[in-house]
Design a protein around this ligand. Structure first.
Ligand code: ZN
Length: 81
């Protein structure tokens, strides 16, 4: 899949291909249709967030459609927005 990727803190992210994610047993994969970037992403890009490791895909404020569900997921289905 295509994603913006931060490879080094403070440098221009690159748009590149990254491996397709797999859902955790209690999680889902969302095919992202749009995302915003916020100040948290700026802190991640700047290297201020100890929880962010590189390479990092920014954009945690997203919308999209569920494309896969984990085996323990009951209330969300493929195709849900
Ligand atoms: Zn945010």
């Amino acid at each position: 899949m295509r994603a913006a990727l931060i490879e080094e803190f403070g440098t221009t992210p690159v748009v590149t291909d990254v491996p397709e994610p797999a859902p955790r047993p209690d999680g889902v994969v969302v095919r992202v249709q749009a995302t915003g970037l916020c100040r948290s992403d700026w802190h991640a890009w700047s290297g201020h967030d100890d929880g962010v490791t590189l390479p990092h895909v920014p954009g945690h404020e997203m919308v999209g459609v569920v494309s896969e569900v984990g085996r323990d997921v009951r209330r969300v289905a493929v195709g849900d927005r």
